[in-house]
Design a protein around this ligand. Structure first.
Ligand code: FAD
Length: 316
């Protein structure tokens, strides 16, 4: 079932989770162990991230180096299908522009359609580790909107090959990403908002946000979206903080702020358990407030400590 239909049919705020595919070489069992305790909260859907391939240098026996291309976390599409079969829950594979040609994207979409997956979250992806800025694949997409248009075209039976026009249509529900604190590359909020509006006008059914730790920023963002004429559901992305290191890592990695009250409280903690308790209480406070304010879905990034998510959702 489509995410948008889950939202339309819901009588209350829904729960959803986001997971990463396992590192290459690891079995899917660890993923099931991660998800098993969370399934009692009946998530409406589960997102599975996509990870671009990277160029790395491997040392040859003679001491020279060779460049190889590796994808550390492959398998997004099949993991979605496996989770759907095991737990009877809808899944949302992420699709990215980075590292993919338009033909590979079309094949991925056809695969997802065969697997009975109704949803995709379309993203640009970040720069590869060895690049300072995002460089699109020569025959790939530069922005999420270009990828979105390809999905929308396929939904209308328009394939890349001209002579396949009006062939089998897909019917994907399309989500896009947004940033309550602005995407780090955008010169200002207005420009970022204009590009977000363009994604929605091109066919995005809903929006999922980057994590944030200050709900007032989310509410201000939703207001700005509505003023800009964006009417689709906006799903808040939520993540727990559970180590002191994250106070520096999260802002650097995700270009977000941590509220002073949260960082002060965490820095007072004497033990790791205390840090985790403060992070859990903060996430619970955020979740309760968002639910009270009628958000359609609480979307939790579960990487790291699923137990914290479980403790929070239990209290809602
Ligand atoms: P876009 O919408 O393309 O925007 C990127 C930047 O370009 C923005 O600054 C925007 O303002 C600007 N822009 C947009 N359109 C245009 C245009 N036409 N012309 C000029 N400028 C434009 N990354 C992964 O690699 N895998 C994942 O699974 C993944 N999941 C994510 C899930 C969520 C909910 C979020 C919020 C992010 C996720 N990311 C993921 C990270 C994401 O790929 C990066 O944040 C990336 O830098 C931007 O992606 P986007 O889809 O928002 O890009």
């Amino acid at each position: 079932m489509k995410v948008i239909d889950h939202i339309r049919n819901a009588k209350d705020t829904l729960i959803s989770f986001e997971i990463l595919p396992p590192l290459k070489g690891k079995g899917i069992e660890a993923l099931y162990d991660h998800l098993d305790p969370l399934m009692e909260y009946k998530p409406a859907f589960i997102n599975v991230t996509y990870h671009r391939s990277e160029h790395i240098f491997k040392k040859n026996p003679d001491g020279s180096f060779k460049k190889v291309v590796v994808r550390k976390r492959p398998g997004t599409e099949s993991i979605c299908a496996a989770i759907m079969n095991k737990y009877n829950v809808d899944t949302v594979p992420h699709l990215i522009c980075g590292g993919f040609s338009v033909n590979e994207t079309e094949d991925a979409l056809i695969n997802l359609n065969y697997l009975g997956i109704d949803n995709v979250l379309v993203l640009r992806g970040d720069a590869a580790k060895n690049e300072t800025a995002f460089i699109p694949q020569a025959d790939g997409h530069a922005y999420a909107i270009d990828l979105l248009k390809q999905v929308a075209d396929l939904n209308n039976g328009i394939y890349l090959e001209e002579d396949l026009k009006n062939s089998q249509k897909t019917d994907f529900c399309i989500g896009v990403a947004a940033y309550p604190e602005k995407h780090f590359e955008a010169p200002n909020m207005e420009t970022d908002m204009a590009y977000l509006k363009a994604k929605v006008d091109a066919g995005a059914d809903y929006i999922v946000t980057q994590m944030f730790f200050d709900n007032s920023k989310f509410y201000a963002f939703v207001d700005a979206c509505r003023k800009a004429g964006i009417t689709v559901p906006i799903i808040p992305g939520l993540k727990p903080v559970y180590t002191l290191k994250q106070l520096n890592v999260l802002p650097k990695t995700f270009h977000i702020d941590l509220p002073t009250d949260l960082s002060k409280e965490m820095m007072k903690c004497k033990t790791n358990e205390d840090v985790e308790r403060v992070g859990t209480e903060w996430l619970l406070m955020q979740s309760k407030d968002l639910k009270k304010n009628g958000v359609p879905v609480l979307h939790y990034y579960t990487l790291g400590r699923p137990q914290i998510i479980s403790n929070v959702v239990k209290e809602l």
